[in-house]
Design a protein around this ligand. Structure first.
Ligand code: GLC
Length: 458
């Protein structure tokens, strides 16, 4: 089985060349700057002491940043459980407190639209158009220096994204705190061991959280169209700040784009959405309108909470349980294609008449798995020579085990070697992935997987 999959993965470099044949990719709406910092358990306990927090203070279920204590609680929650969360902050003082207490940060491209724009440009897509709600010089500097990557200047003209300077717009900076598996946090008498490397995001961002739309981008897309439109950023909205209205206002724009581009594919990257009313609106209003949806296992559970709220909590999230959730989402949301990615496997479930064949999906997913492992291993795929750095690396044992479990549950042993079958009246494509031992970075991984799987599916 391992040999068969290694042989299948041999096509990856060829697949990268095919991705460069894609003509136009547009990405919208959230582009921001990520200020990434590593936080140790020791530093976290110092911060907790500074704000007078005890273990018992961690129990509060609320997920917004109103005080420095909330920030410590958020980071601790993610650290203790090895999970990723993003909490919004409306109070600049709280954000500044956190910024001042974290130390040296590394700036990089952030936001699904920004991250996917950069990776699409590096893949060699001929023209990439990135939506930016704010684009001062510091934002421009996060774009890769590539002529095929454009954004829009203050006067609405298309320019190289790296060179746009909408002076006077405030750069939207998100704080990303990454922590390592095995690190320990001690709070009063308790010692917690971090089970999985992950990150906590603190977001103070007045433009993306309001889904401010740039007219230059809209006019250009209206006139020229696209092959792929990758959408995201709705997860940062809140009902309290008019988020439901922004979704309702954006819906006609998406419908118009779809009508004007019958052969183009519109993909929505779900992202973890804390506000339940916003999550419901995304799933009920946007998901049925787009052609494709991308999500990870956590977001799949969050979506299930909305579409099948009575279901008992699932404890064991193995490949079979995740396939069942995927099937449920596919039936309820009516999105033609849904891709779910999790540790060791990507699964795509799509309508039988979807314009991308199962074989094309499989090739795109293997390209994505290689690019994702390269990103984890090198920490930077904004350099083209790093893109396939992980090509030829061993496919994870856990990955093969996932696929075997799936094949057993489907009573179809052939699928463990082909990765393609039918399930619930849909085409199912399941690919085991290459696993990076000690990932250098994780932020933006899911966005990269979804986008490369789709754009590279040729
Ligand atoms: C969210 C965050 C952004 C981060 C991205 C990574 O959009 O707001 O800061 O870069 O997720 O997936």
């Amino acid at each position: 089985m391992l040999k068969i999959w290694h042989r299948a993965y041999e096509i990856v470099p060829e697949q990268l060349k095919r991705a460069a044949k894609v003509e136009r990719v547009a990405t919208a709406f959230n582009t921001n700057i990520d200020a990434v910092v590593k936080i140790s358990g020791k530093r976290l306990s110092e911060l907790a002491a500074e704000v007078g927090m005890k273990s018992a203070d961690l129990q509060n279920p609320q997920t917004k940043l109103h005080t420095p204590q909330d920030a410590v609680r958020g980071i601790s929650k993610c650290f203790i459980n090895g999970i990723a969360e993003e909490w919004l902050c409306d109070d600049k003082e709280v954000y500044t407190w956190l910024e001042e207490h974290l130390g040296c940060k590394r700036l990089q491209m952030g936001g699904q639209a920004g991250i996917i724009a950069n990776v699409s440009a590096i893949l060699g897509v001929q023209q990439v158009y990135a939506h930016t709600a704010a684009h001062p010089k510091l934002m421009a500097e996060q774009f890769v220096d590539a002529d095929n990557l454009c954004a829009f200047a203050a006067d609405g003209t298309k320019q190289k994204a790296r060179e746009v300077n909408r002076d006077g717009e405030e750069p939207p900076i998100h704080l990303i705190m990454e922590f390592d598996a095995g690190d320990t946090l001690s709070l009063d008498n308790q010692i917690y061991i971090c089970p999985k490397s992950n990150r906590f995001i603190a977001t103070y961002d007045t433009v993306n959280t309001a889904l401010k739309i740039n007219d230059g981008f809209v006019k250009y897309i209206d006139s020229l169209g696209f092959d792929f439109m990758i959408l995201s950023g709705f997860h940062a909205l809140t009902a309290e700040h008019g988020g439901l209205q922004r979704i309702a206002e954006t819906l006609p724009l998406i419908k118009k784009w779809k009508q004007a581009n019958p052969n183009g594919i519109i993909h929505l990257e779900l992202a973890s959405t804390q506000d339940l009313a916003v999550r419901r609106a995304i799933l009920e209003q946007l998901a049925p309108v787009v052609d494709s949806l991308g999500l990870n296992e956590r977001e799949a559970l969050e979506a299930e909470e909305i579409v099948a709220p009575k279901r008992d909590a699932r404890n064991n999230l193995n490949a079979v349980a995740l396939l069942n959730i995927l099937l449920e989402l596919k039936q309820k949301l009516q999105t033609p294609r849904i891709q779910l990615h999790f540790y060791g496997m990507y699964m795509t479930l799509q309508n039988k008449d979807f314009p991308i064949t199962p074989e094309q999906n499989k090739r795109g997913m293997m390209l994505a798995a290689t690019v994702a492992a390269s990103k984890a291993a090198t920490g930077n795929i904004e350099i083209k020579s790093n893109l396939l750095q992980a090509h030829g690396r061993q496919i994870g044992e856990k990955s093969l085990q996932n696929l075997c479990e799936l094949a057993a549950a489907l009573n179809n042993s052939a699928v463990s070697e082909s990765g393609i079958t039918e399930c619930g009246g849909f085409d199912l494509i399941a690919v085991p992935t290459i696993l990076a031992e000690k990932p250098l970075t994780l932020v933006g991984m899911g966005d990269t997987i979804s986008a490369v799987s789709l754009i590279g599916a040729r």
